[in-house]
Design a protein around this ligand. Structure first.
Ligand code: NAP
Length: 480
């Protein structure tokens, strides 16, 4: 297996692969087998300070590089990702557990983000605003914001960084990144790729270790002008508080609790297919996973029956094995959290009609599970499940369904299956979410702005908005 090509057991600081000052390391294990994959440095404040020094020193060179040269490096990076897609995907599956086909997709979309921003940056235009009097010109120009701090989660350890590193490097920002401790190798691989294609030393720095120390140092340093975070809402809120002292720009991609509405007029087969993709992809561990499935009474039984058949046919196992559609959960805490949701629902009248227990493979494998007769007083009506559990709620009235869908602090993704054009526009207006999939369970694409409202975050990734977030807008008045 070729995954070792990008397995880096060191951190990239100022163009050198180094260990922690203390020599301490952290073990990384494969969730499908419990086996040790390797170790990574346990870095803290001092190493992070040096990484910020390096990024600050590299900034002028990177920002001043000819645009076409930076774009050329990104094209090389795209090609390196695609040429090594299989090795990078294997590494991802081994540290994170998702099926290899999904890992291949994740590397593919990461490469697509790199290509997208290499294209988009060539259109990062400013404007000349008409002046009210003669002899003046008002220029509005765009500039790279500076050093960018990046903190990413374990569930998409490669593509979450792609959405941040690609626009940052495209516009000329240098990077200090901290991937999740559970899945550091896919993050460190971005450092290896940046180095391989020729980005200057210090342009990309990647650290592993104490989240509080690395995160705290990034947040406290005034030279870091922007922090982009993907992860839980609680940590995101803490980072927003910490950003106040140095008035940093922040982008926050936080938790979700996606409603998935199926109306009586829906194509039920398509809705089941969409629910399978939206709910069970990555073992239910995506921020845009369907968390609450609301089905109108007229198609409820048919939907549940078809969802059961599709779920029962899923192959659970080690993501490296052929045909596996669901891998393990990230760890035993995640398993226990799913069990808590199930016990709570059962106590309140929910019925487990599929799965409901740990899978025979042991470790953190869990059976794909369906609970029917779900109600708004159950825990998952408010909280993010992050596991392979599909609660199905019954509704009669469209307005009730919309009100229930909005009855959460989150506002990331939402989905609806209907063929009524009027209802589609009503949903577009009424659903309080940053993203809406109509008759589609898979909405992530590099061309569109990904991001949430309410407790789900601030800012967008992808689309033209995903580049805007890495730029300052400057106004210059010229009298002549
Ligand atoms: P998490 O616990 O918030 O961790 C995310 C990252 O933050 C990790 O790198 C973590 O480091 C770091 N971190 C933890 N505490 C920190 C602190 N005090 N200061 C600075 N950094 C800190 O989230 P997770 O459990 O990994 O990820 C799951 C969550 O991410 C879910 O809520 C999911 O919905 C959300 N998510 C959102 C999106 C989106 O686009 N909106 C996408 C994917 C995931 P360690 O690993 O070292 O703890």
């Amino acid at each position: 297996m070729s995954y070792t090509k990008y397995l880096k057991e060191a951190n990239l600081i100022d163009g050198a692969w180094v260990g922690a000052d203390s020599g301490e390391t952290i073990d990384v294990t494969n969730p499908a087998t419990g086996e040790l994959v390797g170790t990574v440095p346990n870095c803290g404040d001092a190493e992070t300070g040096r990484a910020i020094d390096a990024a600050a020193a590299a900034f002028d060179g990177l920002a001043g590089m000819a645009l076409i040269e930076r774009v050329g490096l990104l094209w090389k990076m795209h090609d390196a990702l695609m040429d090594n897609q299989k090795s990078l995907a294997e590494l991802l599956t081994i540290e994170m557990g998702k099926p290899l086909a999904e890992a291949m997709g994740e590397i593919g979309i990461g490469a697509a983000y790199v290509r997208w921003f290499a294209e988009e940056v060539r259109r990062a235009k400013g404007e000349i605003v008409p002046a009210p009097t003669n002899g003046r010109r008002f220029l509005v120009t765009k500039h790279p914001i500076g050093v960018v701090g990046m903190i990413t989660p374990w569930n998409f350890p490669s593509s979450m960084l792609a959405r941040k590193i690609a626009p940052a490097l495209a516009i000329g920002c240098s990077v200090v990144a901290k991937p999740a401790t559970a899945t550091p190798y896919s993050g460190l691989a971005w450092g290896a790729l940046a180095e391989e294609v020729g980005f200057p030393k210090g342009a990309v720095n990647i650290l592993t270790g104490s989240a509080r120390k690395i995160g705290g140092t990034i947040m406290a340093d005034a030279r870091v002008r922007k922090v982009t975070f993907t992860g839980s809402t609680d940590v995101g809120k803490e980072l927003i508080r910490q950003s106040a002292d140095t008035v940093k720009k922040v982008s926050m991609e936080l938790g979700g609790n996606a409603p998935f509405l199926v109306f009586d007029d829906a194509d039920v087969d398509a809705a089941v297919q969409g629910a399978m993709v939206s709910k069970f992809r990555n073992s239910g561990q995506t921020c845009v996973c369907a968390n609450r499935i609301y089905v109108q009474a007229g198609v409820y039984d048919e939907f549940v029956e078809k969802l059961k058949m599709a779920t029962a046919a899923m192959k659970v196992g080690n993501g490296l094995e052929d045909g596996v559609e669901q891998g393990p959960l990230i760890d035993m805490d995640a398993v226990e959290k799913v069990e808590e949701f199930i016990e709570d629902a059962k106590a309140k009248g929910g019925k487990v009609v599929q799965g409901g227990a740990r899978h025979g493979n042991g470790h953190s494998f869990f059976d794909p599970t369906i609970i029917t007769e779900a109600t708004q007083d159950m825990m998952f009506a408010k909280d993010e499940i992050f596991g392979p559990l599909a609660p199905v709620f019954r509704f009669e009235d469209e307005d009730d369904a919309i009100a229930w869908a909005n009855d959460t602090d989150f506002g990331l993704a939402s989905y609806a299956y209907t063929r009524d054009v009027g209802r589609i526009f009503k949903l577009n207006e009424k659903l309080q979410y940053g993203m809406i999939g109509i008759n589609s369970g898979l909405i992530t694409t590099v061309e569109a702005p990904f991001g949430g409202v309410k407790d789900s975050g601030l800012g967008k990734e992808g689309g033209s908005q995903g580049l805007e977030d890495y730029m300052d807008t400057k106004y210059t008045a010229v009298d002549f």
